[in-house]
Design a protein around this ligand. Structure first.
Ligand code: SAM
Length: 247
């Protein structure tokens, strides 16, 4: 899979993508990262990529020509691609979007700056995605948040896919709580079941914990959950436990 990041700050992307699991995936060639300097698609001495806003007002807007010239070049060399514009006005990016986008061979991100990108560039964009209801100064960090989340769904990026499947949202629930050594710290103990070595009990406890956390922390997710027989049984166990603790 290849991610192509179109930006006026290529060094920023280089720096972020060299770290952690993602950096490793790049060096193992599981994922390819192409960083495109939008200024390479300009023709003036100053390599201008932005200009004043028509109609007046403060700030600058990114010009359409460099994006169109980049796409002329890119589309002649690549197929099966999806163009994403990270934007505060887009649909909220979710785990489902990450999973869906991970099926593409090529994804292009247009990183906006200043007041954003000339509206005519939206004719080149397949989808606008937002990382939340706030405004960042540029599309680079939002793009890299999405690249990281999408990359996790590609085989070979995370050592064991099991850890992706256990992550929050994968099955519509939050992840269970986790502990590491020591088994007691400042009087706080790791739940005994987790030290028991009984995998069936540990598994049941984790499922219960996931469900409980989802109900408490994200009731909106819980309402959307498809409650199969197993989940229903887990809820009954949880209620019984809470009831017996309250007695
Ligand atoms: N004037 C624009 C607006 O209010 O819709 C915001 C422009 S913002 C300063 C510059 C760029 O940052 C945007 O073009 C977009 O690419 C990116 N950006 C800002 N907030 C974002 C968010 N929440 N999610 C995704 N991208 C975002």
């Amino acid at each position: 899979m290849k991610f192509t990041i179109v930006t006026v700050f290529p060094d920023m992307i280089k720096e972020i993508s060299s770290w952690g699991v993602f950096g490793k995936a790049l060096s193992n060639s599981n994922i390819e990262m192409e960083i495109v300097n939008l200024r390479d698609y300009t023709h003036d001495r100053h390599k201008t990529t932005d200009d004043y806003v028509y109609g007046g007002g403060s700030g600058m807007v990114m010009k359409p020509e460099p994006f169109y010239e980049f796409m002329d070049d890119y589309s002649s060399k690549n197929a099966g691609y999806r163009v994403v514009y990270p934007s505060p006005q887009g649909k909220h990016f979710t785990s489902e979007d990450a999973h869906r986008l991970a099926k593409y061979d090529n994804i292009v991100f247009f990183c906006g700056r200043y007041e954003g990108i000339d509206e005519r560039v939206m004719n080149l964009v397949d989808e606008e995605l937002s990382i939340g209801d706030f405004v960042t100064s540029g599309g680079e960090l939002p793009a890299m948040v999405m690249v990281d989340a999408i990359g996790r769904y590609r085989p070979g990026v995370i050592g064991s896919f099991e850890s992706v499947e256990n992550d929050s949202f994968y099955n519509g629930m939050l992840d269970h709580e986790n502990y590491t050594r020591p088994d007691e710290y400042r009087g706080m103990k790791v739940p005994e079941i987790l030290l028991s070595g009984n995998h069936k009990l540990i598994d049941d406890e984790r499922k219960k914990n996931s469900l409980f956390r989802t109900i408490i922390k994200r009731p909106d997710l819980f309402y959307k959950m498809d409650l199969d027989q197993e989940n229903k049984k887990t809820i009954v166990k949880l209620i019984k436990e809470l009831y017996s603790n309250a007695e």
